[in-house]
Design a protein around this ligand. Structure first.
Ligand code: SF4
Length: 205
C-alpha cells in the first residue's frame, strides 16, 4: 500500500469518527497529500463543513495570502503540496462568550489526537506549521504569549518524528493580533522564515 492509499484509508476512518458529543460534524480534513510539510490548524469553522475543506473562508484567504507572500504560489498549489491537519476535525460551535468559535476542550483535543498521531507517523513530515495558540501548544508545549514564539524557528521531536517548526498566528478575522504591533512585525519575520525554508521551497517548486 502506498502512503497515499494509506492516507485515504485513514481519512475514510476519520470521516466516520463520532467520539465527541459536543462537536458538530461533518469531519473536515484536507486532501490526501503525500507531503513533508504539515500544517496544523485549530479546528474547522462553521463554513468548512459545507465546503468540505479546511480554511475555506476568510481565515483561509488570509492564510493563503501569507503563503503567497512567502513563497509566491497560490491557494491551489498550497492545497496540493501541503498536508492540512488540525487539532480537532469537527466544528466546536460558537463560543458562548461571543468573539469567535469555541476552543476545543481538553477531552476533545485528546480524543482527536490519535488521528493526528497516525497522520504524523504516516507522512513523517520535516516541517510543521502550527497555526494559532492551540496548535502551537500541541507541537511545542508553549503556553505563553504568542509574541514569544511567532517569528522564531524550532527543532523538536513530535509524535516520534524529528521536525522543524515555524509557528504562525491564527489568521481568523476574530483575531487582530497579526494586524497590530508587535504581531505585524513578528508575522513578517515568520513569513521570512517560511520563504527560506528548503522543505517548503522544494514542496512548492
Ligand atoms: S473532533 Fe476529532 S475525535 Fe472528535 S468527533 Fe471530530 S474527528 Fe472525532
Amino acid at each position: 500500500m502506498t502512503t497515499l492509499s494509506k492516507l485515504r484509508a485513514l481519512h475514510a476512518r476519520l470521516e466516520a469518527c463520532r467520539r465527541c458529543p459536543k462537536m458538530i460534524r461533518p469531519v473536515v480534513h484536507g486532501a490526501a497529500v503525500d507531503s513533508k510539510v504539515f500544517l496544523l490548524g485549530q479546528a474547522p469553522g462553521i463554513r468548512e463543513g459545507p465546503a468540505g475543506k479546511p480554511f475555506a473562508w476568510t481565515a483561509g484567504k488570509t492564510l493563503f495570502g501569507w503563503f503567497h507572500e512567502a513563497v509566491g504560489v497560490d491557494e491551489a498549489v498550497i492545497r496540493e503540496r501541503v498536508y492540512f491537519a488540525a487539532v480537532a476535525r469537527c466544528f466546536p460551535g460558537k463560543a458562548k462568550t461571543g468573539g469567535g468559535d469555541r476552543k476545543p476542550d481538553e477531552g476533545e483535543v485528546l480524543a482527536c489526537r490519535p488521528w493526528l498521531e497516525a497522520e504524523v507517523q504516516l507522512l513523517k513530515p520535516k516541517l510543521v506549521l502550527p497555526v494559532g495558540a492551540l496548535a502551537i501548544t500541541q507541537v511545542l508545549g508553549h503556553t505563553g504569549p504568542l509574541a514569544e514564539v511567532i517569528g522564531t524557528a524550532h527543532e523538536t521531536t513530535w509524535h516520534g518524528v524529528k521536525v522543524d517548526v515555524i509557528p504562525l498566528p491564527h489568521p481568523s478575522g476574530a483575531s487582530t493580533w497579526h494586524r497590530v504591533q508587535p504581531g505585524k512585525a513578528l508575522l513578517a519575520k515568520a513569513l521570512q522564515l517560511l520563504s527560506r525554508h528548503e522543505v517548503l521551497r522544494a514542496a512548492v517548486r
